[in-house]
Design a protein around this ligand. Structure first.
Ligand code: 13P
Ligand code: SF4
Length: 312
């Protein structure tokens, strides 16, 4: 039937109670989805929440690898993703068969893998990291241990430079963070002298070079709240600015620009597939649902559990 005329927010609230569902949302979701979620967070926070919740259903407003992570950690729960096409360019860059061949070509290396990958690639990895846990985890790995880092070459490169540690990098990128323009960023900085740039480590080095702070979405949000500056330039997906404006409405937040001079080209097209309508349908029908092969799930859980233990 038609969804027009439905009070979607009220219907979602009704279904969430009926289904004993928890709605988890990433900071890159649309404001109306962030505002109705039971919990909004970064990839590590969301993994922890998914592992802990006592709900029967997790409605995951994020991308597929995040919903898969929830299912890996909470297999007895029904995990729905409003749009199953919500993928990630990093996941797409790293097909499991190619990753397996890469590992086999470097048998003396362990695989430290960014959570932005498929369940199959997690299963082929030793330890998973997120942008907020990577530094803590890397610092616990013996200096002489050789490391493959995938699939994000920019996060890997950033960690390599910061730790003075060589790693074999898988050549994947996030298309969103890859789209920031250095020239436009320099113009913006000139217009707002003194405004710090907070950047996500998925940004290429020519953007990170101009950053005053580099960190995960939750770290960027914390920086925005606590910095003395009244204007902050935000070099990550611009939907996170919603949380900043809610937390510190007196400050000004400006999304770092792409080549066209505005930040619209930095909206993640995968995250944007989730809508209020699709979330309502997912809670109503309990579809589309994440299902995983049990062997893959158990293998992937080992590398995720190592992250959760090492990051705590
Ligand atoms: P974090 O929220 O963990 O920093 O991840 C950013 C991201 O790109 C998720 O897709
Ligand atoms: Fe993937 Fe980048 Fe979108 Fe995050 S923002 S889901 S890394 S494409």
């Amino acid at each position: 039937g038609s969804l027009t005329g439905l009070d979607l927010r009220a219907e979602i609230d009704r279904l969430r109670k009926e289904r004993n569902a928890v709605i988890l949302a990433h900071y890159y979701q649309k404001p109306e989805i962030q505002d109705l979620a039971d919990f909004v967070g970064d990839s590590l926070d969301l993994s922890r929440k998914a592992a802990e919740t006592s709900a029967d259903v997790i409605a995951f407003c994020g991308v597929r690898f995040m919903a898969e992570t929830a299912k890996i950690l909470s297999p007895q729960k029904t995990v729905v993703l409003p749009d199953m096409d919500a993928g990630c360019s990093l996941e797409d860059s790293c097909p499991p068969d190619k990753f397996k061949a890469f590992r086999e070509a470097h048998p003396d290396h362990i695989a430290l893998t960014y959570i932005n990958c498929s369940a199959e690639v997690k299963a082929l990895s030793d330890i998973i990291v997120t942008s907020s846990s990577a530094e803590k985890i890397l610092s616990q790995i013996p200096k002489d241990q050789k490391i493959i880092f995938g699939p994000d070459k920019h996060l890997g490169g950033y960690l390599s430079r910061k730790f003075g540690r060589e790693m074999l990098l898988w050549p994947g990128v996030c298309i969103v963070h890859e789209a920031f323009s250095e020239t436009e960023l320099l113009k913006l900085k000139a217009q707002h002298p003194g405004a710090p740039v907070a950047a996500h480590p998925e940004c290429p080095p020519h953007v990170l070079d101009h950053a005053d702070m580099v960190g995960s979405t939750s770290a960027i949000l914390e920086f925005a709240k606590t910095t003395d500056a009244d204007t902050v330039i935000v070099a990550t997906e611009p939907h996170i600015i919603h949380q900043m404006e809610k937390a510190v409405p007196e400050k000004t937040f400006i999304g770092a620009p792409g080549a066209d001079g505005n930040c619209n080209c930095n909206i993640c097209p995968y995250m944007a597939l989730n809508t209020m309508e699709k979330l309502y349908v997912a809670l109503r029908d309990l579809e589309p649902r994440i299902e995983l092969d049990e062997t893959v799930r158990l293998q992937a859980k080992k590398s995720l559990d190592r992250m959760l233990a090492m990051a705590s």
